[in-house]
Write a protein that binds this ligand. Structure first.
Ligand code: AMP
Ligand code: MG
Length: 339
């Protein structure tokens, strides 16, 4: 049985943090909330503890983990040096949903954290509970998303339970994650820095601070995955997902045709599209506020698995600002397929 420890932002959570940290120091794993998604954490210096993360998630060993810290001084313990542009970006965007790939100091972290690479991804979460917990721990915590590998990332403690109940000893439940998409990842070990995964810290926000980057657009044209882990599909519900421009007048007819063929449709969209043909509607919020859409997306994809549907049709968004990160996740969920 997995124990769920509830904390709230206004209370004194010391005892709860103590339980989680004791568990980490014993070499066990525990899930905790962050502003992006829930993470499954373990002591990043302990290879056996880190191996339990890969085991619980069913994650391939060549997909590296992100290390979470509470203070920049902790970097000295395991980073060779911090490149100038990384410093600039960290000054502005930390704490927050930006992961920096940095040169790893040999022999410091457990080798399985970085899948034996000479670089490591590091992030300082801004979520109040994550920060307090990581401060309390004082050690670097390796944490990927707390889902089963291949499932949509969890944005609530109950999503974590859906996938990992009985497979991990603890979940710290601090309510839903606000950003709802995984962190933006930038590789600062190359010049210019490379945007490896878009997120809620957008390309525009980053280039205004660090200048030119090689972007996700450039990576798409390359055959080989640029970042380890990129070859793995993510966010896939059980039924096939198709992207659709819901403002296109032809969409209504296409949805009707599917229903005529006896297909049950789950429509994932903002409420203004509720009049389109569907059998189940999963709301991404009242308006096209992409921040709200992002925070609801993974919960909607997960909810589809509990519905009796044959096809999931998801609203597509313009690739501007946060729209890049959203479409990156949606395209993965759909395997690039459109209605
Ligand atoms: P997750 O924590 O599940 O969001 O996955 C972390 C992702 O970060 C991996 O799938 C990689 O794409 C990326 N990542 C982590 N460490 C590195 C690294 N050293 N170099 C490149 N990419 C990394
Ligand atoms: Mg993940």
């Amino acid at each position: 049985m997995t124990k769920c420890v509830h904390v709230d932002r206004n209370g004194d959570n010391t005892k709860s943090y103590q339980q989680i940290v004791d568990n980490w120091l014993k070499g066990e794993v525990a899930a905790f909330p962050t502003e992006t998604v829930y993470g499954l954490g373990a002591d990043a210096r302990n290879a056996e503890a880190v191996a339990k993360i890969f085991h619980a998630k069913g994650r391939p060993a060549d997909n590296p983990l992100i290390v979470h810290i509470a203070r920049t001084q902790q970097l000295q313990g395991f980073i060779e040096f911090v490149p100038e542009k990384a410093k600039l970006a960290m000054d502005i965007f930390w704490p927050g949903p930006l992961t920096a790939i940095l040169p790893l100091k040999k022999g410091t972290l457990a080798p399985n954290v970085s899948a034996e690479l000479s670089t490591v991804g590091v992030r300082m979460p801004s979520h109040l509970i994550a920060r307090e917990l990581l401060q309390f721990a004082g050690i670097p915590i390796a944490a990927p998303s707390a889902n089963s590998s291949g499932k949509p990332s969890p944005t609530t403690a109950s999503h974590v339970l859906e996938d990992l109940d009985g497979r991990i000893p603890y979940i710290l439940d601090g309510g839903p994650s606000s950003a709802g998409l995984e962190s933006t990842i930038v590789d600062f070990t190359v010049e210019p820095p490379a945007l490896l995964r878009p997120g809620s810290i957008t390309e525009e926000m980053l280039t205004s601070v660090i200048g030119e980057m090689t972007g996700a657009g450039t990576l798409k044209e390359q055959q080989a995955p640029k970042a380890p882990g990129m070859k793995y599909t993510h966010y896939a519900p059980d039924a096939p997902v198709r992207l659709a421009n819901l403002d296109d007048p032809s969409t209504k007819g296409k949805l009707r045709d599917l229903q005529k063929q006896g297909k049950r449709i789950a429509l994932i969209a903002t409420n203004r599209h509720q009049a389109l043909p569907h059998d189940e509607f999963l709301s991404l919020g009242l308006t096209d506020d992409l921040q709200v859409v992002s925070s609801q997306l993974f919960a909607a994809l997960r909810a589809c698995n509990k519905l009796n549907v044959d096809i999931i049709v998801a609203e597509a968004y313009p690739k501007e600002g946060l729209g890049h990160a959203l479409m990156n996740r949606l395209e993965k969920a759909a395997g690039g397929a459109w209605l």
